[in-house]
Ligand binder design. Structure first.
Ligand SMILES: [Zn+2]
Length: 226
């Protein structure tokens, strides 16, 4: 009996921990994480952790050249440092979402009140700099918990996850590895997670757009998130 009780407790705790890392479960916060659509060739590109003084501009140059619009989940304090890049993201027709004020691990242990304060401050910065209304959110590290869920709900934000992860931050010097991961998983309805702060961000994006084009896919902002 005791063994069974301990097993149930351990499994429950493990499930809660797993749920905080797996956004698509939506236990603490419902998020739109893309779909697998048989009859569609549409995918959506999302870039996290910007703006970066150099690499975001390189990514924007590629997107402009290829006529692709994307989502950028920006960090509030970084946006304050590079206001002209935030403005350019918006002027180029991309949509800006909030990705916390500082993107530190502490965000995941804040109270709901503090998460709300953090996001309100970030949204104010992003809206002032871009002129856009910001109502999309992506949790730092993809981690959700009851505090984040409550704050996001109170602020009426739409949480956007992904269903194709490039792991580009883990293979910064090997864009082919990141590319292969994406190509293996991509399908119509995919939301692809990329970053615009890496020295090879633009290179990876070029190769990805080549592949998508060659295979009949096209990247756009899904109307569902607007
Ligand atoms: Zn991030």
């Amino acid at each position: 009996m005791i063994v069974l009780a301990i097993t149930i407790i351990v499994v429950s705790i493990a499930s809660l921990i797993a749920a905080s890392f797996i956004m698509s479960w939506g236990l603490f916060l419902k998020s739109y994480c893309g779909e697998r659509l048989e009859n569609s060739k549409e995918v959506m590109l999302t870039f996290d952790d910007g703006p970066h003084p150099d690499h975001t501009q390189e990514v924007l140059d590629v997107l402009k050249k290829r006529g692709v619009r994307a989502l950028f989940f920006l960090i509030g304090e970084r946006a304050l440092e590079y206001p002209e890049i935030v403005k350019r993201i918006s002027d180029d027709g991309h949509i800006i979402g909030v990705h916390s004020l500082r993107h530190t691990p502490e965000f995941t242990i804040l109270s709901a009140k503090m998460v709300k304060k953090d996001l309100e401050a970030s949204i104010k910065i992003l809206e002032d700099l871009s002129g856009q209304r910001v109502n999309l959110f992506r949790p730092p590290y993809g981690v959700t918990n009851p505090s984040i869920g409550k704050a996001v709900k109170e602020l009426n934000l739409k949480s956007i996850g992904w269903n194709v992860r490039s792991f580009d931050t883990m293979c910064e010097n090997d864009t082919d590895r990141a590319l292969k991961r994406v190509l293996k998983r991509v399908s119509g309805g995919s939301i692809i997670l990329l970053h615009d702060r890496l020295k090879n961000s633009a290179g990876l994006l070029e190769k990805l757009l080549d592949y998508l084009e060659e295979n009949g896919y096209y990247a756009k902002i899904f109307s569902k998130v607007l």
